[in-house]
Design a protein around this ligand. Structure first.
Ligand SMILES: [Zn+2]
Length: 152
């Protein structure tokens, strides 16, 4: 099995697999999409276009783009979801195997915190509750977010 050929983030980046909302923003080296699964509306995925499995393997150019892009992703979701906080996390470890790194930029509202708690416990509880946002709302969010990237 080719590890890159089987990589879902690579397949999405190459357009072989569609995600609700599609690619929202693309720099030369990074892509932003809406998260798939139960994370709340406005949760963005920031991942390198290249198949990179360890943060330590990012090139200097990829690393230089990362900070500004994470800030911009947080700014965009803040503008659209008005959260109490935005979490940025990276867990890229699927079934014990390191995978294509992808930062999760997740808005957390007071209502989320009241229902699920805070920090890692909130993320875990959201996955256990398994209530993904409606695909239509994800597509609408992506369309709004697309117009906000690059404005900073
Ligand atoms: Zn990959």
């Amino acid at each position: 099995m080719d590890p890159i050929g089987d990589c879902l983030p690579c397949a999405i980046a190459a357009g072989r697999v569609a995600v609700p909302g599609g690619v929202i923003h693309r720099t030369g080296l990074w892509l932003v999409e809406h998260a798939i699964g139960p994370l709340p509306l406005g949760s963005l995925i920031v991942k390198p276009a290249r198949h990179v499995v360890h943060v330590a393997d990012l090139t200097a150019e990829e690393a230089a783009e990362l900070g500004p892009l994470l800030r911009e992703a947080a700014r965009v979701t803040t503008e659209l979801t008005r959260p109490d906080q935005v979490y940025v996390s990276l867990w890229s470890h699927a079934d014990g195997v390191p995978g294509h790194i992808h930062f999760v930029v997740q808005p957390v509202t007071r209502a989320d915190a009241a229902e699920f708690g805070f920090g890692p416990r909130l993320q875990l509880a959201i996955f256990e509750a398994d209530r993904p946002p409606a695909p239509g709302s994800v597509a609408a969010f992506a369309e709004s977010a697309r117009s906000l990237f690059g404005r900073a």
